[in-house]
Design a protein around this ligand. Structure first.
Ligand code: MG
Length: 455
């Protein structure tokens, strides 16, 4: 696909991601979707209102009425789409820095579009096959202010409120200035937790930290956990479809470890879990222990959603799925990644034992990720050719579901281009940090050299 990557379409605002581009996406989606009314939501980015205006304009111009939800977490917009049975366009760049924005497309069934549906819309956009409404057929645009309130109410009905409230937990929360600031503080308070916050004012400049909830961006949350003697720290990305955690000592919990702990609580024999090809050995071990099957997909929520839908259509029970970045699906709740819901499921476990104990069984592995930026397609091609040569000559059978994954028994390494940024990513995991670092560097170094050699 040319326009849509592994999680919608993203770019730098004013440089590839323009109102004109969003307008065309909206016209294409409005033309393809058989819908009288379509919702438009956005995260807190400075460009969000401008791009929402373009989306609403495009939809109205093809004769579709528009519900403007304003700033909302992606899972809130997705819930609204599902409940009202109308599609949604969500203007968000998720975890990317402030200068980025993008569009996620959600179907009338309340599920992000799969690859086939995205391709249909993409073809309409590329070929400019748009419906055109005459003056008396232009869509109406109305503001809808209730989506986030209904979303929080729905969340409260979907988790074990009593168990969480009875545990008297103190929660340190860091929505990062993103859309989660609009819903998560009140959600966790209504769950009966004492909530202390940092970066809880919606602000598209993201003055407190970068929107991606990685360890290096969460120093303030870690300090807050310690200062407030909190039981747990919870951080979201910019559109709050992800949640990662800090333990009661102020230590960052790798997303792979929290996913493993959450999966261990959900999976029974005969179940299937779905994860991306960069899946941690931690989840592999949890599935093995539970007698569950693990299905791997290419990286990106779109691929995971597509695979879950296929499996469920075949009658397979998929209680949990996701990636080690905090983006986790509970398909029995909704087929969406929902940072607040994942946070509450984690609190159900924290009600039983401290976070450090909860994730201790999954702390034996070390992960390394190296990002190799490129500036031209020639540099990208040179790196990918080198990766192919490395995989062919390696002492392991390459899995080519997405990039090249090499499993060495005690460790694995994966190299693949990012679906959202001009970077080739190298991932490695081992029980020993040096082993993981060495494996990743052994792959990354020849790729760096190959890119540097391009004229
Ligand atoms: Mg996100």
């Amino acid at each position: 696909m040319k326009l849509f990557g592994s999680s919608g379409t993203r770019g730098v605002v004013g440089d590839g991601l323009t109102p004109e581009f969003v307008l065309r996406i909206a016209k294409g989606a409005g033309t393809v979707w058989d819908a009288d009314r379509i919702a438009v939501a956005r995260d807190t980015r400075t460009s969000g209102e401008m791009l929402s205006n373009a989306a609403a304009s495009g939809l109205a111009s093809v004769g579709v009425d528009v519900d403007r939800l304003g700033p909302a977490p992606t899972p809130s917009a997705v819930r609204y789409a599902g409940e009202t049975e109308q599609p949604a366009l969500v203007i968000t760049a998720s975890h990317n820095p402030a200068e980025y924005n993008g569009v996620k497309l959600v179907g009338a069934d309340g599920i992000e579009l799969g690859i086939d549906d995205l391709e249909t819309i993409e073809n309409h956009v590329l070929e400019e096959r748009f419906a055109t409404a005459a003056w008396d057929g232009v869509g109406d645009v109305r503001e809808v202010g209730s989506a986030n309130r209904e979303y929080v109410a729905d969340l409260l009905d979907s988790v074990d409120r009593e168990a969480i409230a009875d545990a008297d937990l103190t929660v340190a929360l860091d929505p990062g200035g993103g859309a989660g600031a609009l819903t998560s503080p009140q959600f966790f308070r209504k769950l009966g937790c004492d909530v202390v916050t940092v970066n809880a004012t919606p602000d598209g400049h993201f003055p407190g930290r970068q929107p991606e909830p990685t360890e290096e961006h969460l120093d303030d949350l870690r300090a807050l956990v310690t200062a407030a003697a909190a039981d747990v720290g919870i951080a979201h990305d910019g559109d709050a479809d992800r949640a990662v955690f800090v333990d009661e000592t102020g230590a960052f919990v790798p997303g792979e470890s929290s996913l493993a702990a959450l999966a261990a609580a959900e999976l029974d024999a005969g179940d299937t879990a779905v994860a991306a090809v960069n899946v941690s050995q931690r989840l592999v071990d949890v599935c093995t222990e539970a007698g569950a099957t693990l299905e791997l997909t290419p990286i990106g929520s779109t691929n995971i959603i597509t695979r879950i839908r296929q499996l469920r259509a075949e009658g397979t029970h998929v209680p949990i799925a996701g990636e080690g970045n905090g983006g986790i699906f509970y398909p029995g709740y909704r087929l969406v990644r929902d940072g607040a819901f994942v946070g509450a499921k984690f609190l159900e476990l924290v009600a039983e034992r401290p976070v450090s104990e909860l994730v201790a069984p999954y702390s034996a592995y070390e992960n390394v990720r190296i990002n190799l930026p490129y500036e031209t397609d020639a540099e990208l091609d040179a790196m990918l050719d080198t990766a192919a040569e490395y995989a062919a000559s390696a002492d392991a059978e390459p899995d080519t579901t997405d990039g090249y994954r090499l499993d060495y028994g005690d460790a694995w390494v994966l190299v693949r281009p990012s679906g959202t940024e001009p970077k080739v990513r190298v991932y490695a995991e081992a029980r020993d940090a040096d082993r993981a670092r060495t494996l990743a560097e052994e792959v990354a170094e020849p790729l760096r050299e190959a890119a540097a050699a391009v004229e």
